[in-house]
Design a protein around this ligand. Sequence first.
Ligand SMILES: [Zn+2]
Length: 231
Amino acid sequence: MKIIDAHSHIDYITHLHQPDVVGTVCCATDESQWAKLLDLMRQDKNIYGAFGIHPWFIDSVFDDFEGRLFKLLQSDSFYMIGEIGLDKYKPDMDKQLDVFIKQFDLAVKLRRTVFLHCVGAWDKILHVLKQYKLSDLPIIVAHGFNEKENILQNLLRYDNIYFSVNKIDVYGGKCRIDQIPNNKILVETDGKSDVNMKNLVNQISQLKNESDIDKIIFYNTQKVISNGQIK
Ligand SMILES: [Zn+2]
C-alpha cells in the first residue's frame, strides 16, 4: 500500500514513522515555521509544504505577512497554502476573517491548493467562496472533516473541494465517511502519531466496500499536491 498523509505538521513527518506512508503534506501554522519547513523540504523531497497562518495563531501576524507569503509562494510553483481558516471557538473572528481572506486571495491568484481548518464557520467560508468565479477557485482540502450531512452536501456542489479524514467514527448526526465520494476523499494524521494510516485506509476500504480505495486516495492526493496540475 502507498499512502500520502494529506495533512500533518512539522513535528510529525509521517513517512519517517509509518512504513506504508511515502509522503507527507506538512502545514505550517505561523510565519516562524516557514523557514523551518523549507529546511525540512530541502532535506526530504517527500515532504510537500503548505505555508500560511492558522486561525489559532493570528496573534503572531505582523505587518505585510501576505507580501512575504506571496514572495515565498512565487519562488516555487509546488508550494501550497495552509493551514488557514476560521474557528468559531477562538477569539477575534474579524481578524481571523481578514487573515484568512488575505491568504485565500493569494491561493486564487497563484492557483495553489488550500488546506482549510474550519470549525463552526462554514457559512462564512461559503460566503468568501461566493466572492470568486467558480472557475477561479483553487483546490480546497477540508481537513479533519467531520461534519453534518447537510454541510457535506453543500460543499459537494464545489467540484474542487476535497475531504481529508483522520478517523472513521462518527456520532451526533455527523455524515458517515462512506458518504464522501471516492474521488474526493483523502487521509491524514493531523500530526497525531496515534493515527495509523494503513488501518485508516483499510477501514475506509471496508466501509465503502472498495478494495482499490488506497489507489484512488493516492491519486486524489497527487492531484491535490500538484495544485491540480494532474487532471
Ligand atoms: Zn492541522
